[in-house]
Write a protein that binds this ligand. Structure first.
Ligand code: PRT
Ligand code: ZN
Length: 304
C-alpha cells in the first residue's frame, strides 16, 4: 500500500507558521448580533462569500475565515484556538468565563442583565433576596452577584422565557437581559437592580502568531475608523465673510475647518466635522452666529 503523503500546514500557510496566516473569526450564526457583525466586517472592507446557511465562509478581500456559531459557543471556540477572534456579547463572554481577551468594544447589541421582581412587590434592597428562588439563564453571573453581596439565593437555570417563571410559580424573581424593558413589563415584572451593562465586543485568544497579530491590528484600525465615522458628521454651511472668525471659532474640524469662497462675493462655504455629542448645540450656535444653508452629511470612514 502506498504511504499517504500530507502537505505540512506550514507549507500551506506560506512556510513560516504552524497556523495559516489568516484570521479565523467566530460570529453568531443567526440572531440579534448576526446582521451587525456582518455589517461591521463589510464596512471594514471584508466582503464575505455567500453567507446564507453556511457553517463557515472566506473573504476574498481580507485574509479571513468566518465561522458561524451559536453565540454561547463563541467564547469556548476562541479559548480553544479553533477561532482566533470572535464577536460576542459581554453577557455571554462573562457568563462562560473563558480565557479570551476583549480587544475592542463594538457599540452594538447593547443591553443589561437585570434583576426583576413582581410589580406588585416593593423592593427592599439586595438583602431581601436572601433565600429567594431566582430564575435565570446566567447562573454563573447570578452566583457571583450573590457572593459579592453575601446573600444566599436558590438559582434555577432556565434556558429561555425566563420572564414567565414568577407567573407560573417557578421562581420569586428573575435575572434576565433587558433592552427596552417591555418584556418585563408585559410579564408583570419590574427591574430593580442592574447586574451588568453589556455590548458586543471583539475578543481574541493568546495564541495568535505574529502574522495574525498584524492582521488583527489592521482589522482594529479599520474598526476604529468605522466607529469614529459613526460618531461624527460632515457639516457644510454658507457664512458671510464678516462672521467667519466667529463661526470658525465654533468649529473643530479634523485640523481646522475648510473655508472656500462662494461665487457670490462676501460669502464663504465652511466645511467641518462635528461629533454627535455636541452636534445640536453647535448647530444652534452656528445659526445664531450667522451661518446659513447648513448641510449635514454622514461620514463613511474617518482615518486620523
Ligand atoms: O442562537 P443563539 O444562541 O446564537 O442566540 P440567542 O437566542 O442566545 O441570542 P439572541 O440572538 O437573542 O441575542 C444575542 C445577544 O444579543 C445577547 O447575548 C445579547 O448580548 C444581545 N442582546 C441585546 C439581547 C437583547 N439585547 C435582548 N433584549 N439578547 C436578548 N434580549 C432578549 C432578552 O433575553 C429578553 O427576552 O430580549 C428580551 C428583552 O427585550 P426588551 O426589549 O423587551 O427589554
Ligand atoms: Zn445563545
Amino acid at each position: 500500500m502506498q504511504e499517504k503523503k500530507y502537505t505540512p500546514l506550514s507549507e500551506i500557510s506560506g512556510g513560516n507558521a504552524e497556523k495559516p496566516s489568516k484570521l479565523r473569526i467566530a460570529i453568531q450564526k443567526s440572531g440579534r448580533l448576526y446582521d451587525d457583525s456582518v455589517k461591521l466586517l463589510n464596512e471594514c472592507g471584508i466582503e464575505l462569500r455567500n453567507v446564507k446557511d453556511r457553517l463557515k465562509t472566506e473573504s476574498d478581500t481580507f485574509p479571513m475565515e468566518v465561522f458561524f456559531l451559536r453565540d454561547d459557543d463563541i467564547p469556548q471556540y476562541v479559548e480553544d484556538g479553533v477561532a482566533d477572534i470572535g464577536i460576542v456579547g459581554e453577557n455571554v463572554l462573562f457568563e462562560k468565563n473563558k480565557k479570551a481577551e476583549i480587544v475592542e468594544k463594538l457599540g452594538f447589541g447593547k443591553c443589561r442583565l437585570s434583576l426583576a421582581i413582581p410589580r406588585s412587590e416593593t423592593y427592599q434592597g439586595v438583602q431581601s433576596l436572601d433565600g429567594k428562588r431566582i430564575a435565570t439563564s446566567y447562573p454563573f453571573l447570578v452566583n457571583e452577584f450573590l457572593k459579592k453581596n453575601n446573600i444566599s439565593g436558590e438559582v434555577h437555570e432556565i434556558s429561555g422565557s425566563v420572564e414567565i417563571a414568577p407567573g407560573i410559580g417557578l421562581a420569586d424573581v428573575v435575572v434576565d437581559l433587558v433592552s427596552s424593558g417591555s418584556t418585563l413589563f408585559m410579564n408583570g415584572l419590574k427591574e430593580v437592580e442592574t447586574i451588568l451593562q453589556s455590548q458586543s465586543v471583539l475578543i481574541k485568544n493568546n495564541k495568535l502568531n505574529k502574522e495574525q497579530e498584524i492582521l488583527l491590528d489592521k482589522l482594529l484600525f479599520r474598526i476604529k475608523a468605522v466607529k469614529k465615522a459613526k460618531r461624527n458628521k460632515y457639516v457644510l454651511m454658507n457664512a458671510p465673510n464678516e462672521k467667519l472668525s466667529e463661526i470658525i471659532a465654533l468649529l473643530p474640524g479634523m485640523r481646522s475647518p475648510t473655508v472656500l469662497p462662494l461665487a457670490e462675493g462676501g460669502w464663504s462655504s465652511v466645511h467641518s466635522v462635528l461629533s454627535e455629542d455636541e452636534f445640536w448645540e453647535k448647530i444652534e450656535q452656528l445659526k445664531a452666529a450667522g451661518a446659513e444653508g447648513i448641510l449635514v452629511v454622514p461620514i463613511e470612514k474617518m482615518v486620523m
